[in-house]
Design a protein. Structure first.
Length: 161
């Protein structure tokens, strides 16, 4: 019973963090493999979305990745910080461009973005890609670990210059 109340408290905190009137707009998803729950940015719609990262109390938390699968191929990915299953800030890699910023109105990067927010978003994305790389390395999947370390380097270069 205590676990259920703890989970309800985490979910309530996530809804409150999303802002007033946002609870109805948030569409919750569940990772098909792990059952971890999260809200995916709209740019990830169109296929099943998988979560890589911590999932205490059944909700995505901390730095990690949400990735849509397009049939057998990896699709669009969000790299960033999650709080109570809700994206907080990061980057959506659209395979040809990025959506950058905080999570607002169901999407990453909606609204004005100043330079400090851009830096924070890319920093969160780099930390997320490194966390994903470490998770794959811990599983013994060195090819995926190397791939996501490369993603982290690519994201880090976006703030250079």
């Amino acid at each position: 019973m205590a676990a259920r109340h703890r989970w309800a408290g985490v979910l309530l905190a996530a809804l409150l963090a999303a802002g007033p009137g946002r609870a109805q707009e948030m569409a919750w998803s569940r990772d098909p493999a792990t059952s971890c729950r999260f809200v995916a940015p709209r740019s990830l719609e169109g296929g099943p979305v998988f979560s890589t990262g911590a999932c205490p109390a059944g909700l995505a938390e901390g730095h990690g990745m949400l990735r849509r699968r397009d049939s057998a191929r990896p699709g669009v990915a969000f790299y960033g910080a999650m709080q109570g299953g809700v994206p907080r800030i990061g980057v959506v890699d659209l395979d040809g461009g990025y959506r950058v910023g905080a999570f607002r109105e169901g999407e990453i990067g909606e609204g004005e973005l100043d330079w400090p927010q851009r830096l924070e978003a890319f920093d969160a994305a780099v930390r997320a890609a490194r966390a994903v790389s470490a998770a794959y390395r811990a599983q013994g999947n060195t090819a995926s670990a190397r791939h996501y370390e490369g993603v982290a380097r690519q994201l880090a270069m976006q703030n250079d210059g």
